[in-house]
Design a protein around this ligand. Sequence first.
Ligand SMILES: Nc1ncnc2c1ncn2[C@@H]1O[C@H](COP(=O)(O)OP(=O)(O)OP(=O)(O)O)[C@@H](O)[C@H]1O
Ligand SMILES: [Mg+2]
Length: 494
Amino acid sequence: MGRGIGKLLSDFGHTLPTKPDNPPQTPVRSPFTTAPSWRGQRRRGAGWAAARAPVKQYRMTSDQTGLYWPFVAPAATAPTGAPMGTDVLSGSTFYVDPHGWVQDDQVPVTNPNIFIFGKPGRGKSAWVKAFLNRMFAFGYRALILGDPKDEYQLLCRHFGVEPFAIGPGMPTRLNPLDPGPAAIGWDRLSRAERETRAQTIFGRWLVLLRSLIGSQTIGDRRVPVGPSQEQILKTVLEHLTHHASDSRLLRPIALPQIWAALNEPSPDLITQTRFPNRQAFLDETRLLRDATAQLSTGVLAGIFDSETSIQIDWTAPIQSLSLSRLADLGDQATGMALTCLSSWGSAMRASGGGNRINVRDEAWKQLRLGTDAVAAFDADLRLSRAHGDIEVAVSHKPSDYEGAGHAGTQAAQIAKDLLHLADIKILYGQDAAVADDLEQLLDLGAIARNTVTGWAMNRKGRALICVGPRTYKVQLALHPDLELPLTHTNQNLH
Ligand SMILES: Nc1ncnc2c1ncn2[C@@H]1O[C@H](COP(=O)(O)OP(=O)(O)OP(=O)(O)O)[C@@H](O)[C@H]1O
Ligand SMILES: [Mg+2]
């Protein structure tokens, strides 16, 4: 007969705790005692079920559930920023918040820029307009850097803003060589600061000039702008601004002065560019001079060749530069105007000014002007990035970024680099012919590729949205009374 644990412990001086005698408690009445049984309530219309539905139970870890229920998806994005349609996989609202995404470690994006691709008429511009309209609510402001179809006019007027009209005979002048706010109080800056800013300003001017000159053609070849031509242009710019002789001065310049300096070269210019004499200089720079002359006497004469005559109101919700008047001059003229505006816009951005969205719609018209134009576009986006603005660029297909007729490896590399400048890509419907492009340049897999060439083509407003490497199928619905009329671009077809 063994002794109990209590007895054993008491031999060693320990006592076991005893259970206190609790007073009997009155049972609490459950508030749910009237809940119906699993059959429902036994009366008419109360959902009475005669038989129990067969339910199977499974137990598994959360990483296994995806295999058993592959079509159950979580909400796509956190509910911050602009609601931009429905994520069709989860049925939840898809929110776009580029700045929020950059700050959130869970979202794989490192820049807030957005590139939009798609066949004509799929709804790319409508997406931009809806995005702007919905981001204005968060205090964002927008600058449309060239509107070749004047389609942002309605949106501007809705917010009480009149866009600047650019075209032959119009009063608006823009000097793409305007140094912008970077040159304010130049003589009061420290020498080191002046040097840093001068490098940025001269760098932008050279890229712009290369692009404008290199976009012109002789037959089917583009005017070459190699290192020698670039050196000559750089020397001319330094002479004209007096930066070479006195770093405290940065004289304003315009395109016609560059042509004049090349046409009537000063002895200093000839020696500095290492030509033996004036005749050698003139012989060697004939093509460069003629191409430069085209910039101030050609189709864009009187628009981009003198002092800037407008002032961007950085406090207005939206500012736009309408370009439809250039349509009759051809795609090249529009492309060159877009190049000037893109460069000008990135230089004019004053510091401060809140959260901004800069839109480059119809960017393909600029990108088609060749590799130099693509490089200029790339440089403008990089320059704008200093302010943390959201850059939105709209194009037809990713290979637009290679520049027409330059399918070489250098152009392909520039295109790849450029595509990395935007971590957010919105892919509207495309024909199957573009599928290879999508796959190669954007590293899309077969499923995403088929979504763009199939699903997205079946209805307007459908797009595959790439947030870093993640992809979402999103259908954008426009407000029928407010947004649809503001985004309507098919007037000409009726
Ligand atoms: N989500 C949508 N729901 C309904 N209609 C839409 C939607 N998106 C666009 N649309 C309509 O489709 C028409 C064409 O759209 P939009 O001008 O945006 O096309 P796009 O892709 O910019 O074409 P393009 O390349 O020619 O500029 C517009 O009239 C617009 O109102
Ligand atoms: Mg459009």
